[in-house]
Design a protein around this ligand. Structure first.
Ligand code: FE2
Length: 243
């Protein structure tokens, strides 16, 4: 079976490697997207994550303009934290676990973060199909001491040719005023969380095959080594990872 490269770095272009080396403030594109491999090996192992709008959010309202929307979403996912997960073994076989656990993936995140990260980080795979989306949410985790002052997410997007559009909308100064195209093949988005954001429904191209109208998302969640201290010094890659 085909495999992912062992290191995240091996999927990066020269521009991406410049980010890794600390020479650029920007993200790069990936040299060799492996979306087809994900379609073949992992799609049938994903779980459907579905949180629709609760009907009571309308019909149990008692005051005008008092609506509150909990986090809504429809997306397929595989948490790659536990070996017992259905998708874990398959993700390991195709090299995805090793690539997302590679030192260069964490070093890339740390280069963008500009501060030291914990040695362990969370990894996950998401797959958006036609109409899949994530409603407004902020990804704040106030119950987790290591995350409650903020953390970093790194997403690698691998969109199929049948994806017409999908957008990330995020809030700046209290308004959902910024929008970014995430229907990319090999684009990297980094999030300094928590922040209010949402992902618009994936729109397929007319007549697209189902396997082409998907956006895969490879995801790393990184905690700061010193969650309560804002570091300004940028450590050298390779020196970033501590317990
Ligand atoms: Fe989010």
């Amino acid at each position: 079976m085909d495999r992912f490269p062992a290191q995240f770095e091996d999927m990066l272009t020269a521009a991406g490697r410049r980010v890794l080396a600390g020479g650029s403030p920007l993200c790069g594109a990936l040299a060799a997207p492996r979306r087809g491999l994900l379609d073949r090996a992992l799609y049938d192992r994903l779980e459907l994550l579905e949180h629709p709008i609760p009907p009571e959010s309308i019909w149990e309202m008692t005051k005008n303009y008092a609506e509150l929307l909990p986090k809504t979403a429809r997306v397929r996912t595989a948490f790659l934290e536990r070996r017992r997960e259905r998708a874990y073994r398959r993700a390991e076989e195709i090299g995805l676990v090793a690539m997302l656990r590679s030192e260069s993936f964490a070093a890339f995140a740390a280069a963008l973060a500009g501060r030291a990260l914990r040695q362990r980080w969370g990894i996950q795979v998401l797959c958006y199909g036609p109409g899949d989306y994530a409603g407004p949410h902020n990804d704040h985790h106030p119950e987790e001491p290591a995350a409650r002052r903020g953390y970093l997410d790194l997403h690698v997007s691998l969109s199929g040719r049948g994806v017409a559009q999908q957008w990330l909308v995020y809030a700046v100064q209290g308004h959902f005023s910024r929008i970014v195209d995430v229907a990319t093949a090999g684009g990297v988005t980094a999030y300094r969380l928590p922040i209010w954001h949402y992902t618009t429904p994936l729109v397929p191209k007319a007549g697209a095959r189902p396997t082409e109208a998907r956006r895969w998302l490879l995801l790393g969640t990184f905690l700061y080594r010193h969650p309560f201290v804002a570091e300004t010094r940028v450590p050298r890659p390779g020196k970033l990872l501590e317990n």
